[in-house]
Design a protein around this ligand. Sequence first.
Ligand code: COA
Length: 214
Amino acid sequence: MSSDNAPARGAAQQQPLQIVARSGSALRDYVPALAALRIEVFREWPYLYEGDMDYERNYLQTYVDSPRAVVVLALAGDQVVGAATGLPLADETPEFQQPFIDHGYAPAEVFYCAESVLRAPWRGRGVGHEFFALREQHARGLGGFRYSAFCRVERPDDHPLRPANYAPLDAFWQRRGYREQRKLRTFYSWKDVGADRETEKPMIFWLKHLESTP
Ligand SMILES: CC(C)(COP(=O)(O)OP(=O)(O)OC[C@H]1O[C@@H](n2cnc3c(N)ncnc32)[C@H](O)[C@@H]1OP(=O)(O)O)[C@@H](O)C(=O)NCCC(=O)NCCS
């Protein structure tokens, strides 16, 4: 999958999308497409991620191997144009669990919505809302979770690669019932586009009580 054969936004808006939740071995065949999608979308601001296919395959294998994880796929025909991932925080790495433990949250009570990525031509038609709704539904179905969480990278406002027209997603996340928890933060390392080595980035968590709507 490459941007070169992506339809223009107008054409994509006409194309029906199928949004489906998948877990376990049903995900195996999607791993290469999901890896390519993550690399493409996270190359943009604010992630600026210089993707690495080996890292991606390894990362996504966690979702194939974790029976309580979910990936919500946005499919245009047989093409994966978007995806959102989630899994119990207890199944995540220690650097994601530690801030919760430090602030009195039990990792077992938190469902972690790891990421949402949608190729640009398909944005702005409600898929982002569906990505959250289906992951929260999955968490409620599993049972035992008080909170849904996600985190986002914090970049300086005056970062030279920040696009002038960038529209932050904060208001969307708030409308979905999430609140930023500035004290809940971790650090995660990756290589920025054009960088010669990995650097640590602060990641700030947002939380929502799962009993609340929408
Ligand atoms: C996050 C993402 C998946 C949302 O996808 P989407 O399908 O466009 O989202 P929706 O159409 O459901 O819209 C969600 C909100 O985004 C905002 N939004 C959508 N399109 C927008 C646009 N073109 N410009 C600015 N804001 C926009 C709107 O505020 C909307 O909220 P509302 O419906 O309550 O008004 C998509 O923007 C994306 O892939 N972004 C890049 C990766 C990223 O930053 N992911 C989040 C962290 S992992």
